[in-house]
Design a protein. Structure first.
Length: 368
């Protein structure tokens, strides 16, 4: 008995014709008849409206050459990637492998990219970055404003990038990307117990203002630049404060801060950091030392008050002596002074003048 097999291929389809497991060719739209008594004929109708040719025997189909002129075949090596555009719209990023896309119904464009250039740049960079499967083939890093990105490949420094987004191909080279904040920062160095040159133990808090000026040095010389600044500040505080006595430390903090800045600045510059300023915020004395200092200050203030009082008394006595000399040498001025005194007494109280002996009366009359 002869068995006839019929297959219909629609206008937007292609038929993949296999006999006994071997690919025979493409079938055009229409109705096809096959003599197949042993059931060895297989025809897979695939739509061209979906451009991707997905088939388990794609390698056999491509090798036969039947897709020439009908589809775009892409065979990507390990160091290659492909960008696929369908109908003028970006579709996807392809990794290594074999792909085929119908080109008769849909407008398909495939751009092959050499992934050995690990950093990916493209005129439609932002559009590609938004695609759904981009994360499977590309690493995306965003450098924020005020920051820098330091890019290493296979342990070798490549370049320092400014603010913006950048992408790197995966599985091509070992990429290390550091984000470095270049803005001005403040670090509090607190709670250090330090002994002054006169053997007084105190706790000192300071503030450091700095910024990174060389992003490469900040990630290649030290592991953590902020921690490095903090550590250097601690060491500088111990070295500098130990050269000052307590009185100088309390009365001239600006000089202490200047010496601290000079000490730490060169060391910080070695790992790409510019120390803008350093200041002494708090000097905390032990409780017994506070009481002692308060007593000293109290004694000094009392001595100062006594000194001022003595100076004022001396000045007053000196003024009285000068006045007495002036009055003694000028009797008329003495009489005027006496009249001034009587006038003040008369203005403030009742004045009774009693005339007795003539001599007394004359003196009062003369006085008046």
């Amino acid at each position: 008995m002869i068995l006839i097999k019929t297959v219909k291929i629609r206008s937007y389809e292609k038929g993949l014709y296999f006999r006994d497991g071997e690919f025979q060719g493409l079938l055009e739209p229409g109705r096809h008849w096959f003599v197949d008594p042993l059931f060895k004929v297989k025809v897979d109708a695939v739509s061209q409206r979906t451009p991707w040719i997905m088939h388990e025997d794609l390698d056999l189909i491509v090798k036969s050459g039947a897709l020439e002129g009908q589809a775009s075949v892409v065979d990507l090596k390990d160091n290659q990637r492909a960008l696929v555009w369908i109908d003028g719209r970006f579709e996807t990023v392809l990794g290594p492998g074999l792909y085929a896309l119908w080109t008769q119904v849909r407008d398909v464009q495939v751009d092959i990219v050499d992934a050995r250039q690990v950093r990916f740049e493209h005129e439609y960079f932002n559009l590609i970055a938004k695609s759904t499967n981009v994360d499977s083939e590309l690493n995306i890093s965003t450098v924020e404003p005020g920051c820098a990105g330091v890019y290493f490949q296979d342990g070798t420094y490549v370049e320092t990038l400014g603010p913006g987004r950048c992408m790197f191909w995966k599985n091509v080279g070992k990429v290390k990307f550091y984000h470095v904040d270049m803005r001005e920062k403040v670090v509090d160095v607190s709670g250090q117990e330090i002994m002054t040159s006169d053997k007084v133990t105190l706790r000192l808090n300071s503030v450091i203002t700095y910024r990174v000026v060389d992003a490469l040095k900040s990630v290649s010389i030290v592991d953590d630049s902020k921690q490095a600044v903090y550590r250097e500040a601690q060491l500088a505080l111990r070295a500098v404060v130990g050269t000052f006595d307590l009185d100088t430390l309390l009365s001239d903090k600006e000089k202490v801060a200047k010496d601290l800045e000079d000490t730490i600045k060169d060391r910080a510059a070695a790992f790409g950091i510019d120390v803008l300023s350093i200041g002494i915020r708090d000097v905390i004395l032990p409780g017994d030392m506070k009481d002692m200092m308060n007593k000293v200050i109290e004694a000094r203030k009392a001595a100062d008050a006594n000194l001022i009082m003595r100076r004022e008394e001396t000045a007053a006595m000196r003024s009285q002596a000068n006045t007495a000399k002036l009055l003694d040498s000028n009797p008329t001025l003495m009489r005027l002074r006496e009249l001034d005194v009587l006038e003040k007494i008369a203005g403030n109280s009742k004045l009774n003048v009693v005339l007795g002996e003539k001599g007394l009366a004359d003196r009062v009359v003369n006085l008046l």
